[in-house]
Write a new protein. Structure first.
Length: 118
């Protein structure tokens, strides 16, 4: 039963990563990292496929080995979160959301920049 749950989670995260590949507001790599983590616990075939992917495999390996995030990924993530924060701030959402979301994104950006790069 637990293996089936990990497979479902892996599929959900891969699907979100695929959506993120075409929608600029949704990230790809974090969902692939989550998919790889879930696959490693219940779906060795998918784990191997993700680890051997030409574009994303090295990023997943660096994360697993050293919790490293490439500088370009940090910059793109920060730029995306900044744009999203501005969009949220200018939206007609409740004031607490317009404050809380940018603060949360700032905290995440600070955490990302504390990760090793290579």
């Amino acid at each position: 039963m637990a293996s089936a749950l990990w497979k479902v989670l892996a599929l959900v995260f891969v699907l979100l990563a695929l959506i993120g590949a075409v929608l600029p507001v949704l990230p790809t790599v974090p969902f692939l990292l989550l998919a790889a983590a879930a696959a490693s616990r219940g779906w060795p075939w998918l784990d191997e496929r993700l680890m051997s992917h030409a574009r994303y495999g090295p990023t997943i390996r660096r994360w697993r080995e050293r919790r490293a995030v490439p500088r370009a990924a940090k910059a793109w993530a920060t730029l995306g979160m900044t744009g999203s924060s501005v969009g949220v701030w200018l939206s007609p959402l409740p004031q607490w959301v317009r404050v809380l979301v940018p603060v949360a994104m700032f905290v995440v950006a600070c955490w990302i920049w504390t990760r090793p790069e290579e």
